[in-house]
Ligand binder design. Structure first.
Ligand code: IFM
Length: 440
């Protein structure tokens, strides 16, 4: 790595991130069924129909996984909690084993000097709630508030930070308009409802956590740098629409109490009733904001129906999932988020990393490409800090290879290699490089 801890401001936090369904093993501990189990069981949705039943078996192997975080000299660990593990039916009686698991996990982090950074929802919606319409149904916000109350009454007293929902764009747009993630819906009305309800649920959850006296509450959104693929007026407009749906909808909702005009141009007729009345709940005060950033997109005009957007393949080097490597995009979002929306609120980079076709050779994994990727993104982070952007921490995605949703287990984002036959963990060169850079 081309940096050490001392190149960052004192107190800057380094961590790694994971999520519940991607690592835990959902078949264990009497967790309830989730819409990802259903989506994966439907032919054509997920490579080889793989699901999160066993994943990395973190449910049993968590002490060793936390040891890996500690040995890498991380300060903090961003993990998520499974709604269906805590409330198998999505409402009603909690599962004591689920609550005990997260209780032990948080204590395990504290025992190792790791600050627990929790995200309540990272996509595994309990199936019984999906049956009721899931994110299309306004009631989900109240059910999510109940889940927040149950879980945070148990672990909220020991968390460093908490955020309700990971990447609302994926929860709403990717899953209800594009249909690439569970529930695999392709319906503009469902998408418009989900785009709003996900923010309403965010607001209700923040209200509950404030009510419990919790501190350091934030939100985590994902961003894709967007440029027009050509100089035509139509492609400029298409790129602005893409940017509004992907990057500005959630920021505007949370920090301005409005939605961008370019997105409402298509979604307005499909919005839930009286949606404007929910902004007092959605715009709850936050203590920090988290950005997940990986790549950029080139967007051209598409002649089909609204939103008239088409992705065009770009020329930059790509990761194992075909995403262009474009660190400047991270600098762009750090500066514009601070300038236009968060205005001084501490910012975290809550996810950043790359998929690479890593193989174990003689017990080692040489992922030089990942080291370069992390280095380049941390360099633009330092630049943003030197320009006055209040970035206070960086989490890399991910601690270990895991279930990459509809791409199954073959795309590897981890600092630690996981053999999905034996579940053996092998720290990669990037893990060792980070551990050296972060040595205290
Ligand atoms: O694996 C995902 C994660 O669940 C959410 N953010 C992006 C990662 C890589 O695709």
């Amino acid at each position: 790595m081309n940096f050490t801890r001392s190149d960052f401001p004192k107190g800057f936090l380094f961590g790694a991130a994971t999520s519940a369904y991607q690592i835990e093993g959902h078949a264990f501990g009497h967790a309830g069924r989730t819409h990802w189990d259903d989506f994966a069981a439907t032919p054509g949705n997920v490579i080889r129909a793989e699901d999160g039943a066993r994943a990395c078996d973190h449910y049993h192997q968590w002490p060793a996984d936390l040891d890996l975080l500690q040995a890498a000299n991380f300060d903090t660990y961003r993990f998520s909690t499974s709604w269906a593990r805590v409330q198998p039916e999505g409402r009603g009686a909690p599962n004591p084993e689920g609550l005990d698991f997260y209780d032990r996990l948080v204590d395990g982090m504290l025992a190792r000097g790791l600050k627990p950074a929790a995200t309540l929802y990272h996509w595994e919606l309990p199936s019984p709630l999906a049956d009721l319409g899931g994110w299309r149904n306004r009631d989900i916000a109240d059910r999510f508030a109940d889940f927040t109350q149950i879980l945070m009454s148990r672990i909220g007293d020991r968390l460093f930070s908490a955020a309700p929902i990971n990447e609302p764009w994926c929860v709403a747009w990717l899953s209800h308009f594009m249909g690439f993630h569970a529930p695999g819906t392709r319906d503009i009305r469902a998408a418009a409802h989900a785009m709003h309800h996900v923010l309403l649920a965010h607001g209700r959850s923040i209200e509950v956590m404030r009510g419990l006296g919790m501190k350091n509450l934030g939100a985590v959104c994902n961003f894709e740098h967007t440029s027009p693929a050509d100089a035509s007026e139509a492609s400029l407009k298409a790129a602005a629409t893409y940017d509004a749906i992907y990057n500005r909808w959630f920021l505007s909702g949370i920090f301005k109490g409005t939605y961008p005009a370019e997105a409402l141009a298509g979604l307005l007729p499909h919005m839930p009733k009286n949606w404007q009345d929910d902004f007092p709940t959605i715009t709850q005060k936050l203590d920090w904001f988290g950005l997940n950033y990986y790549t950029r997109k080139l967007i051209a005009h598409d002649a089909g129906p609204w939103p008239h957007v088409r992705e065009v393949e770009g020329p930059l080097p790509k990761t194992q999932v075909g995403w262009e490597i474009y660190p400047e995009g991270l600098h762009h979002f750090l500066t514009t988020t601070h300038r236009d929306y968060t205005k001084g609120l501490p910012l975290f980079i809550t996810e950043n990393g790359m998929a690479n076709a890593d193989v174990v050779t003689n017990g080692a994994v040489n992922d030089a490409a990942r080291i370069a990727y992390l280095d380049a993104h941390l360099a633009v982070t330092r630049r943003a800090i030197s320009e006055g952007v209040p970035v206070v921490g960086y989490y890399t995605w991910s601690l270990m290879d895991n279930y990459e949703w509809s791409l199954g287990y073959e795309k590897r984002f981890g600092l630690v290699h996981v053999d999905f036959e034996t579940l053996q963990r092998t720290p990669k060169a990037s893990y060792h490089a980070l551990a050296r850079a972060l040595a205290r």
